[in-house]
Write a new protein. Sequence first.
Length: 183
Amino acid sequence: MDKSWTLFLDRDGVINLEKKADYILHVGEFGFYEGVLEAMPVFNQLFGTIVMVTNQKGIGKGLMTVDHLTEIHDHMLGEMKKLGGRIDKIYFAPDLDQDAYNRKPNPGMAFQAKADFPDIDFTKSIMVGNKLSDMEFAHNAGIAHSVFLATTNPETPFPHPLIEQRFNSLAEYAAHLQALTKA
C-alpha cells in the first residue's frame, strides 16, 4: 500500500457512536468512538485520498438542515486535524428514496469522489463501514476491498461474500494496517 490508495469511510457507526433508530442531529449528539482520533493520523500516513460517504436521511425527513450537518462535520474535522488526521472531502446523501443514485448501497457518492479526485483508482481503494449496505456500496462502485466494523451489527455473519475483512473498531483496523506496513 502506498499514497496512491484511497480510503472510503462511512460515518455513523464507524467514526462516531450511532444512535439506535435515530439520527445525529446536532454537534452535541456527536461522539467519537474510542481510538478514532488516534487512528486518523495513521490513515493520513498511508492513504493519498480519504473521503467520507454517508447517508443522511435526517435532512430528507426535515429533522435537520444541511447547515446542521455542516456544523457537525466542521466539528469532526477540527477534532481530527488537532491530532494530525484528515478527511479530504465528505459526500452525503440526504435522499429518502432507497433507490436514489447517491444513497448507499448505490454507487453515486463513489463516482462523485472519482470526479473530484481523478487519481482515485477503485482497484486501489478500501471501503470501511458498519453495515452490509456499505459493503454493497463498495461492490456496486467497483471498490476492490471492503472492511466491516462490527460496532453496531456484530451479528452480521463472517465470512460473508461482501466482506473481505472484519474488525471490532476503526482503531483496531488502523493498528492492523500499521502493523502490516512495519512488517
